[in-house]
Write a protein that binds this ligand. Sequence first.
Ligand SMILES: Cc1cc2nc3c(=O)[nH]c(=O)nc-3n(C[C@H](O)[C@H](O)[C@H](O)COP(=O)(O)OP(=O)(O)OC[C@H]3O[C@@H](n4cnc5c(N)ncnc54)[C@H](O)[C@@H]3O)c2cc1C
Ligand code: FES
Ligand code: FES
Length: 486
Amino acid sequence: MSTKAGLLHESQRLGTQINRVLRPASWSEAIELSDSFPEAVPVAGATDLLLDLARQPTDAEASGITLLDLWGLAECSQINVGNSDVVVGCGVTHNQIIQEVGLDPALDLLRLACLEIGSPQLRNRATVVGNIVTASPANDTISALVALNAVVIIDSLTGEREVPIRKFFKGFRNTALRRSELVRAIRIPKWGLNTIGTWLKIGNRSAQAISVVHAGLVLELNEATSAVTTADVAIGSVSETIGVSAALSEYLIGKPLNAETAAAAAHIAAREIQPIDDIRGTAAYRRSVTETAVRRALLSLFDTSASELRTTPLLGWMVGRSEPPRLDLSSQTEVSCKVNESRVSASIGAAQTLLEWLRTNVGTGTKEGCAEGECGACTVTLNGAAVTSCLVPTAQADGASIVTVEGLSSEEELHPVQQRFLDEFAVQCGFCTPGFLVAAKALNDEIKSPSEDEIRAGLAGNLCRCTGYYSIVEALTRSLPSDGSY
Ligand SMILES: Cc1cc2nc3c(=O)[nH]c(=O)nc-3n(C[C@H](O)[C@H](O)[C@H](O)COP(=O)(O)OP(=O)(O)OC[C@H]3O[C@@H](n4cnc5c(N)ncnc54)[C@H](O)[C@@H]3O)c2cc1C
Ligand code: FES
Ligand code: FES
């Protein structure tokens, strides 16, 4: 037990504290600040960063860190489709990519990876660039972007440089970024007429699951013979870094796409990887699953029934920052938000996260279940999008409009979603209920009469430890008016 952290068990330690948050109003200001404060840590959606900080040992003597907040900068939140490439800005979230269904075939491959990341609440905050800079081989967009031969566009005060994504990763959680450099965007080359590709993930469950293996494949076919002319295959989450198998690519060249080719190629992929053993799977399991994943991915390329563009509820829309932002926030700064239509102003104090700030300063039943983005008990809407408030740095909520479970009902009556939960007895201990209700309201704002599949996908980020899922799904399907008339 750490005496410095008081009586907390080490699993409850506070981790590295945020001392100061710099909030540039433009990209050029961000670059200048990054140069002037090279020790400042860039932050976008904070879904990786807050967890990293929380897991670092507490040092009561340390003065804390400075964040450079890139979240919601309008010029970074663009997807630009040009003649030869698609450029994804560093503020683009996974849900933003998902929303752009059918914009471009190369982007659709990246979209397959974004669809599999975490939960709707997480995807409303987490960015693609944050996913690659974290540089974990388990991060899903990396195999997609490696197969797509993407290029990372990096800015600093000395200028811009471009690094092919294959050279961007220097090892486990290690990238080619230099001091004071920021990633501005990712450039994805557009496909030719004869390019096809896919991306596939195998995890231990269908949502909120870090991959056991993920794989991206992009093939160029000969126009006349349909034989493979080039093959880019990237396999993630099996080794220390993303694997690119030269032997597999070589094998595929000149081959027709059929079941025999798929089986032989999958066998080579499984032979070539150097799998790790970890909590998600043994090395032997990973080898076997890699073979299955690569075979399935190749088979899907000539099975047209698999080419339908899947979609999923978003639970809101991308959360922009409030303009103009206050440029420099410390723990003494008063954050001012509209919470359930009332103005609340209070200093950040010790509240690292929006959840802590709300529970300290607003009479709310918003709960802390896991504090790691896994359970959804802390779900609120932030500028209209459902998010897990335990993963929002308090400073990023300055000026925002927030709705907690208390904001769903009017003085006179419950929101229909709340009423349905009561009617269907969709509550046991009630701990998860505030988060479920906010997520369910966001789902019903988006889809008036959601199907059972849409309800399950929309609420995939909310866990009920009493396991009362059946009545929760019932409350949102059978009992809701089919015309959405509430
Ligand atoms: C519950 C949960 C489930 C998850 N599930 C998945 C999953 O299924 N698959 C998956 O791949 N990931 C998953 N993640 C990981 C995470 O959500 C992603 O990696 C996310 O995309 C990171 O984006 P962010 O904007 O939140 O990054 P941040 O946390 O803000 O930043 C991540 C890193 O990138 C740096 N950074 C951010 N922007 C820039 C920039 N422009 N220039 C330079 N450096 C920058 C930060 O300093 C930090 O080191 C999960 C996370 C959680 C908490
Ligand atoms: S997701 Fe925030 S407390 Fe569990
Ligand atoms: S009702 Fe108890 S956790 Fe869901």
